[in-house]
Design a protein around this ligand. Structure first.
Ligand code: SF4
Length: 307
C-alpha cells in the first residue's frame, strides 16, 4: 500500500523539496467577528489556528524574509509556497487581499500560494481572483471541514453545514487544473467513534479534492476546548491507537490524494493534551516504523493532470 506525501508531490511538480512559509494576511474570521459568532471554533486559538505565522503587522515582503529566516537552518530549499494560514484568508476586502497574494508572488523564490479559508467565506469576486491567480501560479485553497457529522460540527461551532462545503469544493476544483483543494479534518472528536471518523475520510475520498491534512484533536491553552477539557476531561487517543487509526485512514483514502499532515501540530508550549503530540520527532519515527511494519509506504507515483 503506497500513499502520496507532500514531499513526493512537490518533488514531482517542482523537482525538489519545497517549504511552506506561514504568513498572516491580517484577516479575521466570521466565526469570531460576530458575523456568525464571537467565540470561534471551539479548538481555535486566539491566533486563528496559525501559531507559527510571521508578524501580521509587517508587509508581506517583510513577513517572507522573517519566515525564511525561521526555517533557514532546517529546510534546505530555495523554493517556497506562501501559506496564508491564520484566520480566514479570503475574508476581507478582496482587492486588499489580492494585493497581498500578489506581493508574495513578487518574490522569485515563491512558486505558489496556499490560502486557508472557510467554504462560506469566498465571495464571487474572490472566486474570480483565485481563478486569475491560478493562471499565474499554483494555488491551493485549504478548507476546514473537520468532520462530516453535523452534531460534531455544531459542538465545535463550525458555523456552516456540509452542503456549503460540498459546493465550495466543486466550484474551486472546477476552476483550473492549477487550483487545488486541500481539506482539513480532525480525528478523535468527542462523540465520534472510529466508524464515524472513517466516514469523514470516505466522504472526502469521493470529492474532487487534491489533498488532505489530518489532525488528531489537540487541546490548546486559551481555547474554549481547553476550558471544557479542564472542567471535565475526556479521553483522547494514545499515540499507538492513533497510529493504528492513521493506517486505516491511509488504506482507504483515494490513492491520488496528497497527505499533507497526519497529526495536530500545535505549539508544544501551549499544548495541554494529548501530550505525546508535542514530541514530534518521536511521533514521526513511530509513524514511520509502524507504517513500514504494516506495509504502508510513502512514495506513490504522482501524475500531474496538465500541470
Ligand atoms: S474558521 Fe478557522 S479562524 Fe475561524 S474560528 Fe474556526 S478555526 Fe478559527
Amino acid at each position: 500500500m503506497r500513499y502520496l506525501s507532500a514531499n513526493d508531490y512537490y518533488r514531482s511538480l517542482f523537482g525538489q523539496k519545497v517549504y511552506r512559509l506561514a504568513l498572516d494576511a491580517g484577516c479575521t474570521c466570521p466565526n469570531r467577528d460576530g458575523t456568525l459568532g464571537y467565540g470561534g471554533c471551539i479548538f481555535c486559538s486566539g491566533s486563528g489556528s496559525g501559531e507559527f505565522a510571521a508578524d501580521r503587522a509587517l508587509p508581506i515582503a517583510q513577513q517572507l524574509i522573517q519566515a525564511k529566516e525561521k526555517v533557514r537552518n532546517k529546510c534546505g530549499s530555495d523554493k517556497y509556497i506562501a501559506y496564508f494560514q491564520n484566520f480566514t484568508n479570503t475574508y476581507g476586502d478582496e482587492e486588499d487581499l489580492r494585493r497581498k497574494y500578489e506581493e508574495a508572488l513578487e518574490d522569485p523564490q515563491v512558486v505558489g500560494l496556499s490560502i486557508a479559508t472557510r467554504p462560506d467565506s469566498i465571495s464571487e469576486k474572490m472566486y474570480g481572483i483565485l481563478e486569475e491567480l491560478s493562471k499565474k501560479t499554483f494555488v491551493w485553497v485549504e478548507l476546514g471541514l473537520q468532520t462530516i457529522h453535523e452534531e460534531s460540527a455544531r459542538w465545535m461551532r463550525r458555523g456552516y453545514e456540509l452542503p456549503v462545503f460540498d459546493e465550495a469544493v466543486r466550484r474551486l476544483s472546477s476552476i483550473s487544473e492549477r487550483l487545488n483543494v486541500i481539506v482539513h479534518v480532525i480525528m478523535d472528536l468527542p462523540g465520534e467513534d472510529e466508524k464515524m471518523m472513517l466516514q469523514t475520510i470516505d466522504y472526502c475520498s469521493h470529492l474532487p479534492i487534491h489533498g488532505i491534512k489530518i489532525a488528531n484533536l489537540n487541546v490548546i491553552m486559551g481555547t474554549d476546548l481547553a476550558a471544557a477539557y479542564e472542567a471535565e476531561p475526556f479521553p483522547l487517543l494514545e499515540m499507538d491507537a492513533y497510529i493504528t487509526l492513521l493506517e486505516k485512514i491511509i488504506r482507504r483514502l483515494r490513492a491520488d490524494i496528497v497527505v499533507y499532515r497526519m497529526t495536530g501540530d500545535g505549539a508544544k508550549r501551549t499544548l495541554i493534551a494529548p501530550l505525546w503530540v508535542g514530541n514530534k520527532r518521536l511521533v514521526r519515527n513511530c509513524i514511520e516504523s509502524s507504517f513500514r511494519e504494516h506495509d504502508v509506504l510513502q512514495g506513490s507515483d504522482y501524475s500531474p493532470k496538465n500541470q
